[in-house]
Design a protein around this ligand. Structure first.
Ligand code: PLP
Length: 431
């Protein structure tokens, strides 16, 4: 046990609330690897929680932050003009594809979603919102109310009136055997039914993750959200794409996850990897929505100069090195390799993903039921072999992997070898 873990456990209850029972202490990082306090090196296949987009100790990011610190202006407030904010907003507005786009910066994904919901409910003068089953949007009351994942729900208090839609739940018995087109048709029919029967007046917006992160990297078939948008447009209902996990080329096939569906939303929210570890989040939205009187004002630390320096350097790096294309290549190596394992290892129930955002679902080989205990074993086993992964999903049995976009092809093959070896060991134990 490391000194720090011993100190954390020395008092009951511990001073600090931490997610894992046996967290490691990461003390250094270089490239796509991190080192713990006991000197073990790991390939980071969860990138923090997708917070590290371009690897560790990147000179371009470090130097940009150091240059900002050297000015003496660490933060004054966001009421003054900040060069880093303007530069980053210009880039994001342009990349978003949203017409007359404007950007508002926050410190986290939760705040970004809270802001987007505030803008939508203000613009439409309605507290009714649509969200997706199995979704996760953050830990504030607004974000929690559009979250549909019992493990994260905590309470039923809600400032919004929310209806949850199908779209990322093809595993449900009623949808089995449907083609993509048939599933989309059923979902659209259900959306029309909700709008016709379940809501009392105008609906403000639909908020959706293009690939559900905490939900276990579950995906709606490409095209579903375009079909939804066409229905929503008939009534002027806004579409908010939560790109907190899927933005900036992560899916390989599109720069923002929603573009896989062939459409442009009215708003996008973002956070996590943009600052490569520095806290930054935000909303990019149509200007007319952003300019709603008093709808938004100020976030004291949102868009602070240090985060802006890191985010500008990170986004430039992603674009200059075309990391989106690299994610498509490395992601294919990994997803193809894992799909091959699905055929021969009965514990592998499903393999899914796009680019460098992919998941393996572990099941009981005898019954096919979700097997969260096996996911725990996988985490132990890969840690032993030198790779960090994440787990989650509705039933706790989805292994979630999303390495930095800078992952090389050699590292992708090395990681695949470790994952397969861990799966083989667990398959043998379970059989
Ligand atoms: N939206 C999505 C899709 C997320 O995955 C998360 C965090 O995991 C959030 C929002 C909340 O972001 P944060 O933890 O930065 O508040």
């Amino acid at each position: 046990m490391s000194d720090l873990l011993a100190r954390h456990r020395a008092v009951m209850p511990n001073w600090l609330s931490i997610y894992y029972d046996e967290p490691i202490e990461i003390v250094r990082g270089k490239g796509n690897r991190v080192v713990d306090a006991e000197g073990h090196t790991y390939l980071d296949f969860f990138a923090g929680i997708l917070t590290n987009m371009i690897g560790y100790d990147v000179p371009e990011v470090r130097e940009a932050v150091e240059r900002q610190i050297a000015t003496g202006v660490v933060h004054t407030s966001t009421v003054y003009l900040l060069r880093g904010q303007i530069e980053l907003a210009e880039k994001i507005a342009r990349l978003s594809g949203i017409e007359n786009a404007k950007v508002f910066f926050t410190n986290s994904g939760t705040e970004a979603n809270e802001t987007a919901l505030l803008l939508a409910t203000y613009a439409r003068r309605s507290d009714q919102v649509l969200a997706m089953r199995q979704s996760y949007h953050g830990r504030s009351f607004g974000a929690l109310s559009v979250t549909s994942n019992r493990s994260w729900k905590n309470n039923s208090l809600s400032p919004l009136n929310v209806h949850f839609l199908h779209g990322a739940d093809r595993h449900l018995p009623q949808f089995r055997g449907l083609s993509d087109a048939e599933y989309i048709e059923v979902c659209v029919e259900d959306l029309r039914h909700v709008l016709a029967t379940a809501v009392s007046n105008d609906v403000a917006a639909l908020i959706a993750e293009p690939i559900q992160g905490v939900g276990g990297f579950t995906m709606a078939p490409d095209g579903l959200f375009k079909a939804y948008k066409e229905v929503l447009d008939e009534e002027g209902i806004l579409f908010i794409s939560d790109e907190v996990q899927t933005g900036w080329g992560r899916t390989g096939s599109a720069f923002f996850g929603i573009q896989n569906h062939g459409m442009t939303p009215d708003m996008m929210t973002f956070a996590k990897g943009l600052g490569n570890g520095f806290a930054v989040g935000g909303v990019v939205a149509r200007g007319d929505l952003m300019d709603g009187p008093h709808a938004i004002g100020l976030a004291t630390f949102g868009g602070n100069p240090i985060s802006m320096a890191a985010a500008n350097a990170t986004l430039d790096y992603v674009l200059d090195h075309d990391l989106q294309s690299r994610a498509a290549v490395t992601g294919k190596i990994l997803i193809d390799g894992l799909r091959e394992a699905k055929g021969r290892l009965p514990i592998v129930g499903d393999v899914r993903g796009k680019g460098l955002m992919f998941a393996v679902e572990l099941v009981d080989p005898a019954t096919g039921a979700p097997a969260p205990a096996l996911a725990g074993r996988f985490m132990e086993e890969t840690k032993k072999l030198g790779l960090l992964a994440g787990k989650g999903g509705l039933y706790g049995n989805a292994l979630r992997m999303a390495p930095p976009l800078t992952l090389t092809e050699d590292e992708a093959r090395e990681g695949l070898g470790i994952i397969l070896s861990a799966l083989e060991t667990i398959n043998e134990e379970a059989g």
